[in-house]
Design a protein around this ligand. Structure first.
Ligand code: DAH
Length: 337
């Protein structure tokens, strides 16, 4: 077979293969087979030395013609495939997806949930009370004398009519006791309001969790054990806790609990007022007058109560040194939790 016949054969083969091509991949394959560096056309070019001298010019010319024809046929088909592929590929599932910002719960919500979870483990149910209270539940039922300074307009926000924004969650104690009989073991989370100067450590509203345990023969050491356990479960077992004697109208005896300020490592900072300690809760044995105000017989039952400041505790744990940031909805701050 002469080398010219070979050209003819290649043309025939190409045409029949070309007609069968049905995808872009196949056209690339075909291109490589005929026009690649080691393809059939290149192979023919390399054999030019074997051609009789007088025929070489003719041979080279027809080979070039053939090559150009194959190139233009292949390119044309390739373009058709690209266009139809574009049309059918409106959705390209191989592209990376759009990223979007995922929300998360507010750090305070997370802290409250975590604290309630711990109290749940310690056997406390959850109770709720209203944020707009009556003077009776917020103060009177809790043994506040008529002239107690906490009733002062400076601390308490009053609403139109005779309502007040509760200044603590303690009224949930007396509300719950008027509707339920002992034994009682509840915690009550919620917002409280005080007309105080706003600073790094106090805000006009904040969250408390109230605790109440009423039964027969409840002891102060049970109170200590419960709070000790709670603090260790929330802060970790090496937290330092200090009980200080204190006074509240609704408990007798009363105490306040401080934890070591690990925001500053105990050295003193603006959150702990340079004392190295942070007051996180008040507690005590329920005053007999409180039992009387809800119709319980203080000779038959007793109990303990406590009220803790959620923000103070969460700030300590999360290393936040200004309470106001918890109420500013600063997305850069919130994104961290
Ligand atoms: N209600 C108190 C406050 O807001 C905190 C408190 C102290 C709650 C002693 C209690 C308690 O239940 O026993 O400052």
């Amino acid at each position: 077979m002469s080398i010219f016949d070979e050209i003819g054969k290649i043309v025939d083969n190409f045409n029949s293969e070309f007609d069968k091509v049905n995808s872009q991949e196949k056209i690339v394959e075909l291109k490589n087979k005929y026009l690649g560096r080691k393809g059939l056309i290149a192979n023919l070019f390399s054999q030019i030395g074997k051609v009789e001298a007088q025929d070489r010019k003719e041979f080279g010319k027809s080979l070039n013609l053939l090559k150009n024809e194959l190139i233009s046929k292949i390119d044309k088909k390739n373009k058709q495939f690209s266009i139809s592929e574009e049309k059918s590929n409106k959705n390209d599932y191989s592209l990376p997806g759009y990223s979007f910002n995922k929300g998360s719960q507010h750090p305070l919500t997370q802290a409250i949930d975590e604290m309630l979870d711990i109290f749940n483990h310690l056997g406390f149910d959850i109770a709720y009370g209203p944020e707009v209270e009556t003077d009776w539940f917020n103060f009177g039922s809790l043994n506040f004398p008529e002239n107690h300074p906490a009733r002062d307009m400076q601390d308490t926000f009053y609403t139109e009519g005779n309502g007040i924004l509760r200044t603590h969650t303690s009224p949930v104690q007396t509300r719950f006791m008027t509707k339920n009989k002992p034994p009682i073991r509840i915690v009550a989370p919620g917002r409280v309001y005080r007309n105080e100067a706003i600073s790094a450590r106090s805000y006009c509203l904040f969250n408390q969790i109230e605790g109440l345990y009423v039964d027969e023969n409840v002891t102060f050491s049970e109170l200590r054990g419960t709070l000790d356990m709670f603090c260790k479960m929330y802060f970790g077992s090496d937290v330092k806790i200090k009980f200080r004697t204190s006074y509240f109208p609704f408990t007798e005896p009363s105490a306040e609990v401080d934890v070591s300020c690990f925001l500053c490592g105990g050295k003193g900072c603006r959150v702990c007022k340079n004392t190295g300690w942070l007051e996180i809760l008040g507690c005590g044995m329920v005053d007999p007058n409180v039992f009387k105000s809800v119709g319980y017989d203080p000779e038959k039952v007793n109990g303990f109560a406590f009220g803790l400041g959620v923000e103070r505790m969460a700030m300590l744990k999360l290393g936040i040194n200004d309470i106001r940031i918890l109420y500013e909805n600063d997305i850069e701050f919130l994104k961290q939790f």
